[in-house]
Write a protein that binds this ligand. Structure first.
Ligand code: GDP
Ligand code: IMO
Ligand code: MG
Length: 424
């Protein structure tokens, strides 16, 4: 069975943990979009791994990991991540990691542009991770991007890079009054990165289509979340790629016909890092309480995440646009001890009510959530491994989420560790 695993909220739902679990039974794990803006955490017997580009399946030696052409790759970050894994005893070689020759590369001028543009936006800043993601995808769409395969034709790479840097340096100088970047330095550095990545690079479209033919089990690892999708999210407060399930086809080169299951990961509450509308954001001391209990700080930037109640209106939208047919609910343990839990079931703006997620962010900003209230539970649930052993109120909360989303829950997570998981 081939599964696309996506984030159903604003990212950081706990995808890394669930991928790690499902990877055990997968032949391939494929990243299909985003870049090192992602931060996916996996905990195994108390040891923490944070992955940015390499699929979270890498911790299982029998699993092959693929970075599809839909991903934007900062080669320095990728090489660093390989070294990081090796230093933690995880061997990463060309038999386990395959990087598409077609990935677009992130260059230092993309990162510099990301920072400068955010600064220029002032109060309207998006709150990006400053990794150069937006500018790299913009170059891809403008047909000026440079792909991994270009590094293997020095003459072509030289010409493309020269053209890009000449243009960007003019922008730096004339628009931003910022220092230029150095062509020679970047050229040599990237030729060297290309050499180091050569053994991992291949035609992953062919590789994955062969895997499908051979009836292999493939797991697709979404990064970010549905509400950060450039088409389906709270535009312009989004990332520049397609975290939704359809992105798996676009970013891997496999037909939509190969996907059997779309599993959405939802956190038992909601978080968002960066700017943008967030209707159910806590306005009281719950903000600090949940942030500190849930350790809600960005895995990539360390920024505090904004926290709020579970938003079923938003998640229902996510179910539809992803075609979700399975759910994984994470971080239920963090809600223990909260006397009354709220779930947002719709929005109100004056006399108008919405049961569907509005597209206009100014409407969204003016909306008040319509809540329903449920009893919480006070018991510690970290140790629970069977669904029926969860407190009744916890089960009711999970079942209400499933009912509102009209989607069965297959996995419940009660702690960060691989073991702290309940299968239904
Ligand atoms: P991702 O980007 O979706 O992979 O999520 P992140 O790794 O950025 O953030 C999720 C955080 O929650 C990580 O620190 C995980 O280790 C942690 N986590 C995942 N599931 C659970 C859970 O059920 N309970 C608790 N307490 N932590 C969890
Ligand atoms: P994972 O995969 C949460 C957010 C940023 C910002 C917006 C645009 O760990 O869930 P970008 O740098 O992509 O141009 O920033 O998207 N963002 C994330 N938020 N989790 C992520 O990844 C994110 N990746 C980007 O905070 O609001
Ligand atoms: Mg994350």
């Amino acid at each position: 069975m081939n599964t696309v695993l996506i984030g159903a909220q604003f990212g950081d739902e706990g995808k890394g943990k669930i991928i790690d679990i499902l990877a055990q039974k997968s032949d391939y794990v494929v990243r299909y979009q985003g870049g090192n803006n992602a931060g996916h955490t996996v905990e195994v017997n108390g040891t923490q791994f944070i992955l940015h580009l390499i699929p979270s399946g890498i911790l299982h030696t029998g699993t092959k990991c693929v970075i599809g052409h839909g991903v934007v790759v900062n080669p320095a970050a990728l090489l660093e991540e390989i070294a990081y894994l090796e230093s933690k005893g995880v061997h990463v070689d060309e038999k386990r990691l395959f990087v598409s020759e077609g990935v677009h590369l992130i260059f230092p001028y993309h990162q510099a542009l990301d920072v400068l543009k955010e600064k220029r936006r002032g109060r309207d800043a998006i709150g990006t991770t400053k990794k150069g993601i937006g500018p790299a995808y913009a170059d891809k769409a403008s047909r000026t991007g440079i792909r991994l395969v270009d590094l293997y034709d020095e003459g072509r790479f030289y010409r493309k890079l020269k053209e890009n840097i000449e243009f960007e340096n003019e922008v730096f100088e004339k628009v931003f009054h910022a220092p230029p970047v150095n062509f020679e330095e970047i050229f040599h550095q990237y030729i060297e990165y290309g050499r180091n990545l050569k053994k991992f690079s291949c035609d992953t479209i062919e590789l994955l289509n062969q895997a499908v033919k051979g009836k292999k089990t493939i797991l697709f690892e979404g990064a970010q979340g549905t509400l950060l999708d450039v088409d389906f999210g709270t535009y312009p407060y989004v990332t520049s790629s397609h975290p939704v399930s359809a992105g798996a086809s676009l970013g891997s080169g496999l037909s939509p016909r190969v996907f059997d299951q779309v599993m959405g990961v939802v956190k038992a509450y909601t978080t968002r890092v960066g700017e943008g509308p967030f209707p159910t954001e806590f306005k009281d001391d719950m903000q600090e309480k949940i942030r500190s209990l849930g350790k809600e700080y960005g895995a990539t930037t360390g920024r505090p995440r904004r926290c709020g109640w579970f938003d079923a209106c938003l998640a229902r939208y996510s179910v539809l646009v992803n075609g979700m047919n399975a759910l994984a609910v994470t971080k239920l343990d963090i809600l223990g001890g909260v006397e009354k839990l709220k779930i947002c079931v719709g929005y109100r703006n004056g006399k108008k009510t919405y049961s569907f997620f509005p597209h206009d962010i100014s409407v969204l900003r003016a909306c008040e959530p319509i809540y329903e209230e449920m009893d919480g539970w006070s018991e510690e649930i970290h140790h629970v491994r069977r669904y029926q052993d969860l407190p009744l109120a916890t089960r009711r909360y999970i079942e209400r989420i499933s009912q509102l989303l009209e989607t069965p829950v297959k996995i419940v997570s009660v702690g960060a560790d691989r073991d702290q998981t309940i299968f239904l």
